[in-house]
Design a protein around this ligand. Structure first.
Ligand code: TZP
Length: 228
């Protein structure tokens, strides 16, 4: 069989588009301190409720504990065909064969991370303004979280809310998918999606709910509303 160069190009293109596929609209971020049960159990319930992308974000955990938790979440997310992202720790992401890594302002920048993970992993980046969003895109991030959109329980940590209109502005400046984050709950999701967000990210609306599975189900319905 003769393999032509355009076949190889097409093959590369397929790998590229496959690797860059953001096939979720709801991005669950963990905070084990807000759950009423062990984090793996809480995540399992969220997955049962329809969540298909989870970011492990437990910044204060020593690396061995983080690794053990990441391994556990890897097994659970795989069971549901869901994606797992690791916040900041590229080494842990590689070690557990995560689907991606999520980078903050203090993390290694996206271009450096790309040299480690290649096209095999997705790169998400946290952004809070236009400049950060554009820089993340230029650096090769596959998607960004943007916010806080609304007031969050720990406002001091995440800064003042930027408001829903800011989502529209960001969407005018970047082409990669934008996930609204910060104070997102069932009642305001439609507003955020209408402003152009490609998806929403959240912690407490799911993880601090009394019935995590039900909360995730309700939120999935709101996220999917834009499709109809
Ligand atoms: N970055 C900006 S706001 C935020 C992060 C990690 C926390 C969002 O938490 P919640 O409970 O969904 O408002």
């Amino acid at each position: 069989m003769i393999v032509k160069s355009h076949d190889i190009l097409h093959f590369d293109f397929c790998i590229l588009t496959f690797a860059m596929n953001i096939d979720f609209k709801l991005y669950l971020i963990t905070d084990r301190k807000v759950t009423k049960m062990p984090l793996p159990e809480a995540v399992r319930l969220a997955l049962k409720g329809g969540v298909r992308a989870v970011q492990l974000r437990e910044k204060d955990l020593p690396v061995r504990e983080l690794l053990a938790l990441a391994q556990e979440l890897r097994t659970i997310t795989r069971g549901f065909g869901a994606k797992l992202f690791i916040n900041d720790r590229v080494d842990v992401a590689v070690a557990v064969d995560a689907d991606g890594v999520h980078l903050g302002g203090q993390s290694m920048p996206p271009p450096a991370v790309r040299t480690i993970v290649g096209r095999k992993m997705l790169i998400g980046a946290s952004t809070h303004n236009i400049e950060e969003a554009r820089e993340a895109e230029r650096g090769g991030a596959d998607f960004i979280t943007f916010g806080p959109i609304f007031s969050t329980p720990s406002k001091e940590k995440f800064g003042a809310p930027v408001g829903v209109e800011a989502v529209r502005t960001i969407k005018d400046h970047v082409r990669i998918p934008v996930f609204g984050l910060g104070g997102i709950k069932s009642e305001n999701i439609f507003q955020v999606m209408q402003a152009g967000a490609d998806g929403v990210a959240m912690i407490s609306a799911i993880l601090s709910a009394d019935d995590i599975q039900k909360a995730a189900e309700d939120i999935m319905i709101q996220v999917e509303r834009m499709r109809s």
